[in-house]
Design a protein around this ligand. Structure first.
Ligand code: FES
Length: 196
């Protein structure tokens, strides 16, 4: 099943049986949609309404207004046909991934090497095992043992740095190119210039 099909299936499922909690989560995301994300990008709940042309036409660079995102919230935007998870981490979540030695992890990497600002994590939301989209974007989702994301396809678990902590996924969630245009705007698809 392709990433898009999985997104569509999950989005349809989420829209079909809204519990009071999921309805609220949806509204939080939906209310952020108009003001939060620039042209050419899509929030997760709206993926089911995408047509193939819209997917293919996903912009090379996507600007995302992140000012309405509260601590602990996450949004998904589509960039070049891939879901990008943007999560505003709480101080507790940041603290939970500050270990000094990650050498025993499946894909050893320190959190500081994966972020630009501690509060903000930006990752490609595609499981590195076989390409499912992990759950965990909503606080009510199963986020797995490590509090980040859980892939229901074969049980991989990621922490709040997007690092795989339980297989079979072999690699951490990739970091897309991105930069902060200012304190409240992210540009996905472009690296920050390196100061020399
Ligand atoms: S695709 Fe995620 S665990 Fe297999």
């Amino acid at each position: 099943m392709s990433t898009k099909q999985i997104l569509q299936k999950n989005a349809k499922k989420a829209l079909k049986k809204p519990t009071p909690q999921t309805r609220r989560d949806f509204l939080i995301l939906a209310s952020g949609a108009a003001g939060a994300v620039g042209a050419g990008s899509f929030l997760y709940p709206f993926v089911s309404s995408m047509n193939p042309a819209a997917d293919v036409a996903a912009a090379a660079e996507v600007d995302v207004d992140i000012k309405s995102l509260q601590l602990g919230q996450a949004i998904t935007v589509m960039w070049r046909g891939k879901p990008i998870f943007i999560r505003r981490r709480t101080p507790e979540e940041v603290q939970s991934v500050q270990e000094k030695d990650a050498s025993k992890f499946i894909d050893p990497e320190l959190d500081k090497d994966r972020i630009q600002k501690p509060e903000w994590l930006v990752v490609v939301g595609v499981c590195t095992h076989l390409g499912c989209v992990p759950s965990g974007q909503k606080p009510t989702d199963n986020r797995g043992e490590y509090g980040g994301w859980f892939c229901p396809c074969h049980g991989s678990a990621y922490d709040v740095s997007g690092r795989v902590r339980q297989g079979p996924a072999p690699k951490n969630l990739p970091i897309p190119p991105y930069m902060f245009l200012d304190d409240t705007t992210l540009r996905i698809g472009k690296e920050a210039p390196v100061n020399v």
